[in-house]
Design a protein around this ligand. Structure first.
Ligand code: FES
Ligand code: FE2
Length: 367
């Protein structure tokens, strides 16, 4: 019996491609100019995953985030609504926040003490027109924090910097279709893992998550998911792979041997479903062409709440799995120093089809 019979995702299977494709050229992973174009044309124009809502639960909670190289800040207002702003003062643009914090009533710039309410409105520009003087005619209402669009899906906060991306619901649709049958009603964060800075381009982390080809080679000690049970998936901007493991095939304790969905929503959202009770979400933050910061939050979605020992075991398992992946993506990055990688290598028409579709979206976005 297949334990994921009610989670049929096979309609999004890519099938076999008729030829061996080329990967992205090495500049895509090395060049500052390519990343500048990604920041401008890709990250600023799309919905980009930025933060976990449960970490911003109370009015006044705020978190600086980086999207497309730009400093933003997410702030929960006194009205309970989460908003996003450029993390730059309306006076001369000083970055307002370096660390997460909880603001009581107002936000004050540390440079000249311009003060905003939690909804981003400028309340005071002290001494701007002279000692205890306003500038006559200076309209404070036109000098609040500059907002960015924000959308929330379960615990996941997305922002769109230019405000012109497709409607948030339309953006989510392909992921929601792929997740049909998964019950998020009891989604509960149980652990956050700080995976540090990976010495690799953000696309290598995404591509590594999307393709199943490496799984039995790289994860032989942490997972028991045979390659031939995997298949790549594409549904528009929802790209990934899945593995269906019959319930009667028993895995070793402490390893991953369950039916899973490895889904991404372009560009950087990553969500894994591990039947029957676990979800994992990665936050990938591109820092430079060769460096990416990564976090993972582990969620439980069903069953009795896990005890501390179970949470610690999952934490360890996922840390180990990520480190196995990091060693490989750092090799991909190091390999790009070689001119032999100029034309991007070759992709499997069987296992790297969804990876190719991810690269197609990158190409289209920066063109
Ligand atoms: S830059 Fe913020 S008050 Fe001057
Ligand atoms: Fe992996």
């Amino acid at each position: 019996m297949n334990e994921t019979a009610d989670l049929d995702i096979t309609r999004f299977r890519t099938g076999f491609y008729s030829e061996v494709m080329r990967g992205l050229p090495r500049e895509a992973y090395l060049s500052d100019e390519f990343m500048r174009r990604e920041n401008e044309r890709l990250f600023a124009r799309r919905w980009v995953f930025a933060a976990f809502a449960h970490e911003l639960a109370e009015p006044g909670d705020l978190e600086p985030v980086t999207v497309g190289g730009q400093p933003l800040v997410l702030i929960r207002g006194r009205d309970g609504v989460l908003r996003g702003f450029h993390n730059a003062c309306a006076h001369r643009g000083a970055k307002l926040f370096n660390e997460p914090a909880c603001a009581k009533r107002t936000l004050t710039c540390p440079y000249h003490a311009w003060t905003y309410d939690l909804e981003g409105k400028l309340l005071a520009a002290p001494n701007f027109g002279g000692w205890r003087q306003d500038v006559p005619g200076f309209d404070k209402s036109a000098h609040g924090l500059k907002p960015v669009s924000l959308g929330i899906f379960h615990d996941w906060v997305f922002v769109n910097i230019d405000g012109e991306a497709e409607p948030f619901e339309a953006f989510l649709r392909p992921l929601k279709e792929a997740l049909e049958g998964t019950d998020f009603g009891r989604l509960r964060p149980v652990a956050r893992i700080d995976l540090g800075v990976v010495e690799a381009n953000w696309k290598f982390l995404m591509e590594n998550f999307i393709e199943p080809y490496h799984v039995p080679v790289v994860h032989h000690s942490t997972t028991e998911q045979p390659l031939d049970d995997h298949y790549p998936l594409v549904n528009g901007a929802c790209i990934g792979s899945a593995v269906d493991i019959p319930a009667d095939r028993v895995g070793r304790a402490g390893t991953l041997a369950v039916s899973s969905r490895y889904l991404t929503l372009f560009p950087t959202f990553v969500l894994g479903v591990y039947v029957p009770d676990e979800v994992g979400v990665h936050l990938n933050i591109p820092l430079s062409p060769g460096r990416t910061q990564q976090y993972r939050v582990i969620y439980q979605i069903a069953g009795e709440p896990w005890n501390e020992a179970k949470i610690a075991a999952q934490r360890r398992l996922w840390y180990d799995v990520h480190k196995e992946d990091h060693a490989m993506v750092e090799r991909l990055q190091a390999g790009r120093a070689s001119t032999a990688t100029a034309t991007g290598g070759v992709l499997s028409p069987c296992w790297e089809t969804s990876l190719y579709e991810f690269q197609r979206l990158v190409r289209e976005s920066v063109a």
